[in-house]
Design a protein around this ligand. Structure first.
Ligand code: CP
Length: 312
């Protein structure tokens, strides 16, 4: 029997309960077994059509969703803003409604505007999954991150997780904070003052500006990319200076009296926020995160698809 999520769409982690997250993880456990079998496909969503609408660049998320949909046997259509009629002045609602009139049941959307999914959900009937909205949320990334911590450390509850880097421009950081706290983890953010928004302390996270102290505190370090494409002004003197202060190197890891788990949502800037030897080390679970992303996205799609009313 399919356990019911409390939500009809995945707009953000904020709207999920701890029980929803557990249901998604239990479902992902089953799908992870399936995608590691010689026959990786199940016929579960043969009658479901999903549109992947990417108004912003993506490598991992887009491929991961498409693979998850195909592993579930859904029909898939892909849309990229750069090759669409959006550039001819079509509105978001018109674009999506035109796609939905082709009998699409579910929309996976990445959009540069924070809250675009919440707006869209009020205007269309299809199920919506947020694949990243501006600097707001990236819920499936946070789910796969927590799932990967659970896989490596046994559970998320009670673990200490530091998120390092460009918190100000990061939807990954916000979704991770919600997800980790809902599961009973302690969260710290670490980075230069200019890249840590003032409101973050009101989310109940610790703030630390010294990387070594943050690493001494944590069980897991999630290293974020500097999002230069979202920065209109200079937040630090130079990339070289940022790397000297906040780049994770083998030397710093070896100076700790414990072994921590290293994560990165990708894309990695090797030699900036993380050195190559750390990214490729056994302490890093970066490729496990990518693998788990497919199982997590299969679980989310499957659970939301079970709520589609095929009669209407
Ligand atoms: N982690 C992540 O969202 O990567 P992409 O931008 O490549 O999808």
């Amino acid at each position: 029997m399919i356990k019911d999520l409390s939500v009809d769409h995945l707009l953000g982690i904020k709207q999920l309960s701890a029980e929803d997250i557990e249901i998604i993880f239990e479902t992902a456990d089953s799908f992870k077994k399936i995608i590691n079998r010689p026959i990786k496909k199940v016929p579960t969503l043969r009658d479901v059509t999903i549109a992947n609408l990417f108004f912003e660049n993506s490598t991992r998320t887009r491929l991961s969703f498409e693979l998850a949909e195909k592993r579930l046997s859904a029909d898939v259509v892909n849309f990229s803003a750069s090759s669409s009629s959006v550039s001819k002045g079509e509105t978001l609602i018109d674009t999506v409604n035109n796609i939905l009139s082709m009998k699409v049941d579910m929309v996976v959307m990445r959009h540069p505007n924070p809250g675009a999914h919440i707006f869209l959900q009020k205007h269309i009937d299809a199920k919506i999954i947020n694949a990243g909205d501006g600097t707001h949320e990236h819920p499936t990334q946070a789910l796969l991150d927590s799932y990967s911590i659970r896989e490596r450390l046994g559970e998320v509850k009670g673990k200490k997780v530091v998120i390092v880097g460009d918190i100000k421009h990061s939807r990954v950081a916000i979704s991770n904070i919600y997800a980790l706290q809902k599961q009973g983890a302690e969260v710290m953010v670490c980075g230069p003052t200019t890249l840590i928004p003032k409101y973050i302390a009101s989310m109940g996270v610790k703030v630390e500006h010294n990387l070594k102290k943050a690493l001494e505190w944590c069980d897991v370090a999630n290293m974020l990319r500097i999002q230069l494409e979202r920065q209109e002004i200079k937040y630090f003197p130079s990339i070289r200076e940022y790397t000297l202060q906040y780049g994770l190197t083998k030397e710093i890891l070896d100076s700790l009296d414990k072994e921590i788990v290293v994560m990165h949502p990708g894309p990695i800037n090797r030699g900036v926020e993380i050195s190559s030897d750390v990214a490729d080390s056994d302490q890093a679970i970066i490729l496990d995160q990518v693998e788990n992303g497919v199982a997590i996205r299969m679980a989310v799609i499957y659970l939301l698809a079970s709520k589609i009313d095929k009669k209407s």
